[in-house]
Design a protein around this ligand. Structure first.
Ligand code: NAD
Length: 525
């Protein structure tokens, strides 16, 4: 999941915080994106369009997407419903062969897809390459699952009876995703759904439609039959909401904010639709007094400012033992000053822009909130507006110190390059602070004491936990997701993803030729 951490180290050690060197690629003409329904790229009925602009340079229009309507959603769901009857009967190992081919196609196109992704949503090239790589890894993992999808065979309590369970596909799955991992996150949902034998209608984020189009194109080129994977482009209320409430959609898998996830959950409740939610986070790094200081600073930098802080797993809080606090803050602030902010397409850039004006305004607002709450602004705190920054959504990487657990900047998801440093006097206090938020996605501890590491591993209530590493760095073959307001009990990625997109059927075969009654006709020993 992580881009190459070594290059991150080397760069931030050498580079000065500076100005942009101008656009590093020739601006291509805007693309008009279309929906993909029943194996064809088609125009939407659409009630207007949205623009996809480069967040590093608003003069660069990457493309134009339709605001698809409920009518478009109907067409996509109908295609998926019709294809389900055939696709569910394709043997899983054959379904998996197409996913294996998709992995190879994504590998061939990795650089191209990464560059497009950086241009449309801003994260640096190392990270967008990592995003595509994650989808490649997921494709290979799910290709393998075509020959597994293990069920159980268990002994029956009756003599001439056979007992087993199998996974069955559920039907049409609606996938709604955020923009920050525009190929990786869709792959966590779409590939397990497909290998289980479901069909899909995909509604990506309006901020990153080009990457969604690229991902769908790769799967189409791998040979998916018409209707198995469909794409509808548009915004949340106009396109996402009709997909969520569509009576012919059996599963909704959603990644986005907790506020929207709550609406999605409510919309699914009355029909008992299966709903899988991956939502916000307020993740934490705990730095104990015996930690390797330099390693902890490396982790805080990467965890806090990677993807400009726009990761659900971003380390937006660092809780440092008071004995190490001042030394940690000095080093963390010094290294943050050296980070080079700029256009993610330039090789020297270490932190790109926020994705949109709205996202940047949120960052600016939280900086004001932190100051009003009495936290100390140790570095950063300003929007970058001069020179080459003028046409983008850039903000300085920002650290607040003297933050207390009750402050809003320590409790609410900011989703930008703002890190709050808190102080603690013991491991118990650090764990209590870690758990004292509404979210439960990711946490980590820096310590050389194995007892402390295992205690925190046990007692911090999150879905992901790291020892001597930051809060980011998940790999596709383990479950991904969070507790509390981050999720609703499901997990994606790993084999756990199969549980979202399949239902268990328990099967009993009686080969006695007579009525055998379970629990009543007990076998005598
Ligand atoms: P968002 O909730 O605004 O949008 C997410 C998606 O939902 C978009 O595709 C949007 O069009 C759609 N949507 C919006 N309103 C809708 C509605 N009423 N009905 C149906 N769909 C609707 O989130 P965002 O701001 O784009 O993304 C950032 C959020 O996503 C952060 O909170 C971040 O933590 C979270 N996120 C979580 C994970 C995770 O795995 N837990 C991963 C990435 C991002």
């Amino acid at each position: 999941m992580c881009p190459d951490q070594d290059s991150w180290h080397t760069l931030h050690a050498h580079l000065e915080y500076g100005t942009l060197g101008g656009m590093s690629m020739t601006q291509a003409a805007p693309t008009s994106y279309r929906n993909f329904i029943n194996g064809q790229w088609v125009d939407a009925a659409a009630s207007g369009t949205l623009e996809n602009r480069n967040p590093a340079n608003q003069d660069d229009v990457v493309g134009v997407l339709p605001r698809s309507t409920p009518e478009d959603v109907d067409a996509a769901v109908a295609a998926a419903r019709a294809a389900f009857g055939r696709w569910r009967l394709v043997p899983a190992p054959r379904r998996a062969e197409l996913l294996y081919r998709a992995a190879e196609i994504l590998s061939e196109r990795k650089e191209d897809y990464a560059r497009t992704m950086t241009r449309e949503m801003g994260k640096i090239l190392d990270e967008t390459r990592g995003d595509v790589q994650e989808a490649i890894d997921m494709s290979y993992l799910m290709a393998g699952e075509g020959r597994r999808q293990y069920g159980q065979t268990v002994p029956s309590e009756l003599r001439e009876k056979f007992a087993m369970s199998i996974r069955q596909p559920i039907g049409v799955c609606g996938m709604i995703t955020a923009w920050n991992f525009p190929i990786a996150v869709p792959s966590w949902k779409i590939l397990p759904a497909l290998v289980c034998g479901n069909t899909v209608v995909f509604k990506p984020a309006e901020e990153a439609p080009h990457s969604a189009v690229n991902f769908v194109q790769a799967l189409h080129d791998a040979g998916l039959p018409p209707g198995v994977l469909n794409l509808v482009l548009g915004d949340g209320p106009g396109t996402g909401a009709p997909l969520v409430s569509h009576p012919d959609v059996n599963v909704i898998s959603f990644t986005g904010s907790t506020e929207t996830g709550r609406l999605v959950n409510q919309a699914c409740a009355s029909s008992f639709k299966k709903v899988h939610l991956e939502m916000g986070g307020k993740n934490v790094i705990l730095v104990m007094d015996d930690a390797d200081l330099e390693l902890a600073v490396d982790g805080a930098l990467w965890g806090g400012f990677g993807t400009s802080g726009q990761r659900c797993t971003a380390a937006s809080r660092v809780v440092v033992h008071q004995k190490l606090h001042d030394a940690f803050v000095d080093a963390f602030v010094a290294r943050t000053r050296q980070l080079r902010v700029g256009d993610g397409l330039e090789a020297s850039t270490q932190m790109g822009p926020s994705v949109s004006e709205a996202q940047l305004s949120r960052v600016v607002d939280y900086v004001k909130i932190g100051q009003a709450e009495g936290a100390t602004l140790a570095v950063g705190g300003n929007r970058l507006t001069s020179g080459a920054f003028a046409r983008g959504f850039f903000h300085e990487p920002t650290i607040f110190t003297k933050v207390t657990p009750s402050m809003r900047i320590a409790r609410e998801e900011i989703f930008g390059p703002v890190v709050s440093v808190l102080s603690c006097g013991s491991l118990d206090e650090a764990i209590a602070t870690a758990n004292d938020v509404a979210y439960g996605l990711s946490a980590s501890i820096y310590t050389r004491d194995i007892n402390k590491a295992f205690t925190a591993m046990r007692d911090v209530y999150t879905g992901l936990f790291y020892v001597n590493a930051p809060t980011i760095g998940a790999e596709v073959h383990l479950p991904f997701g969070g507790t509390k307001a981050t999720g609703n009990g499901h997990r994606e990625a790993g084999i756990a993803a199969l549980d979202v997109f399949s239902e268990w059927k328990s099967i009993y075969v009686d080969f006695s030729g007579r009525l055998q009654r379970a629990q009543i006709d007990t076998v005598q020993i």
